[in-house]
Design a protein around this ligand. Structure first.
Ligand code: PRP
Ligand code: MN
Ligand code: MG
Length: 175
């Protein structure tokens, strides 16, 4: 089976929107430092582009999580594969994701991170698919685009690990 990629949000639109969000975030955090946490692997492209355009001081850390089989996934349990290098206590944390889908990953992760006593913690996502939400307690503080329920790739998002490096958001079309 082969697939084609149709452009959903082109590179110019993604870049312009990231600049807009970065300006908004820079204003909100004026006089403070943002500790950005990238959720690997999908969050990495968005985090880099966002961080480059933020004008307050930024520090970075990375975390990798994976869902167990379907059983555990429905219970919302996520396994931390790579934990953060630095503690969060007293920091102004901004979690950066590529997409919020069912909400299970971030619902779990935000709870875990909140327990580490940051000064504040907010969530910034490139994409949000609100129609797919299963877990309702995820508060999205900054979102670049709300999208319909289509299989999207690019800008960090993969299909079987491929297409993450596309500089735009595309929809996978199977033929
Ligand atoms: C994807 C995506 C989010 C998560 C969203 O990651 O990058 O992290 O799923 O899904 P949810 O809201 O239903 O939990 P994935 O597990 O595919 O790992 P990846 O980032 O390495 O691609
Ligand atoms: Mn991910
Ligand atoms: Mg993935």
């Amino acid at each position: 089976m082969s697939e084609k990629i149709r452009v959903l949000i082109n590179e110019e639109k993604v870049d312009a929107r990231i600049r807009e969000i970065a300006a908004k975030i820079s204003k909100e955090y004026e006089g403070r430092e943002i500790h950005m946490i990238c959720v690997l692997k999908g969050g990495v492209f968005f985090m880099c582009e966002l961080a480059k355009r933020i004008t307050v001081p930024v520090t970075l850390d990375f975390m990798s999580v994976s869902s167990y089989g379907d059983d555990t996934k429905s219970s919302g349990v996520v396994k931390i594969v790579k934990d953060l290098d630095q503690p969060l206590e007293g920091k102004d944390v901004l979690v950066v994701e590529d997409i919020i889908d069912s909400g299970r990953t971030l619902s779990y992760l935000m709870k875990v991170l909140r327990a580490r006593k940051p000064n504040s913690i907010h969530l910034c996502t490139l994409l949000d698919k609100p129609d797919r939400r299963v877990v309702q307690d995820v508060q999205v503080d900054h979102c670049c685009f709300e999208i319909p329920d289509e299989f999207v790739v690019g800008y960090g998002l993969d299909y079987a690990q491929r297409y993450r490096n596309l500089p735009y958001i595309g929809v996978v079309e199977f033929e």
